[in-house]
Design a protein around this ligand. Structure first.
Ligand SMILES: [Zn+2]
Length: 279
């Protein structure tokens, strides 16, 4: 039986290669034709990551920089999205199958140069202004977030992007970037299935009765963050690089305190994320 089956498969392939198969699946490409009647089972999406940004400049300047400047992104969510027949409109600047230049030097979970494998969404938002008390972050409008959520849901579904691969620019380039900042509503979006979020009971389990702001050995946190996906040293010392990475993690998962200090709650959140997404 096996021999017959193999023989019939070989015959089908031979017919196909000889050009006797169904001609309805032939695409004309000028000087030659492509037969798309057979498709391999062995394939997946090239896009593995979704990266969120803010532009730090206004609508006009954002569009200028992302279309004529040094960078680009697949999508741009305006400060006040236009609504056509009841549906908000996002600008698509680069087709998803092409590479946009939004991530720069970047690393996540052992992979680098995320421009190769990601879709980038830029959101018009001023970012922060430096004032006497420190940085003042500017909120996103509910209409912008609704548009970004609808867009992200669609991108995630089409490319089968896992929750832990929906990231901030500051997650993948923490020494250079702070966007989309601590006011980006990651928890709210995770409630709609967009991106990762730890389960509070699991965070409490790892907190194990400690005060949230109790100091912890930085080596534990360095190891946990590296295991989750961040690129950072694991030498047990508190240096500028570690503080910036911890702050980037806090901007995403504990926006109430983004000081970059290694504390018990930050460690517990990291452990809860590892339990949920890395086991
Ligand atoms: Zn960015």
């Amino acid at each position: 039986m096996k021999r017959i089956s193999l023989a019939s498969k070989s015959l089908a392939l031979a017919i196909l290669l000889a050009g006797c198969a169904d001609t309805s699946r032939l695409t004309d490409r000028g000087g030659y034709r492509v037969d798309t009647s057979v498709s391999s089972l062995n394939q997946n999406a090239r896009v593995r990551y979704l990266v969120m940004h803010y532009t730090a400049v206004n609508d006009r300047r954002s569009l200028e920089l992302l279309t004529r400047g040094a960078g680009s992104a697949h999508y741009l969510a305006p400060s006040v999205p236009r609504v056509v027949n009841g549906k908000p409109v996002v600008l698509r600047l680069v087709p998803e199958e092409k590479r946009a230049w939004h991530a720069g030097i970047s690393e996540w979970n052992g992979r680098s140069n995320l421009n190769d494998t990601s879709v980038g969404i830029e959101i018009v938002n001023p970012g922060f202004t430096v004032e006497a008390g420190g940085r003042r972050w500017h909120p996103f409008s509910p209409n912008q977030i609704e548009l970004v959520a609808l867009l992200a849901e669609d991108i995630i579904r089409r490319h089968q992007i896992s929750p832990d691969n929906v990231v901030a620019h500051s997650d993948i380039a923490p020494l250079r970037k702070s966007d989309p900042g601590p006011l980006f509503p990651w928890e709210q979006l995770a409630g709609r299935g967009i991106g990762a979020w730890p389960d509070r009971p699991v965070v409490d389990k790892y907190l194990a009765g400690r005060a949230p702001d109790a100091p912890v050995p930085v080596l534990n946190l360095q190891r946990a963050l590296a295991k989750y996906g961040y690129s950072l040293p694991q030498h047990g010392g508190v240096d500028d690089e570690t503080t910036r990475v911890v702050s980037a993690f806090q901007m995403h998962f504990r926006p109430g305190d983004i000081s970059g200090r290694a504390d018990a709650e930050t460690e517990a959140i990291a452990m809860a994320l590892l339990e949920k997404y890395r086991t």
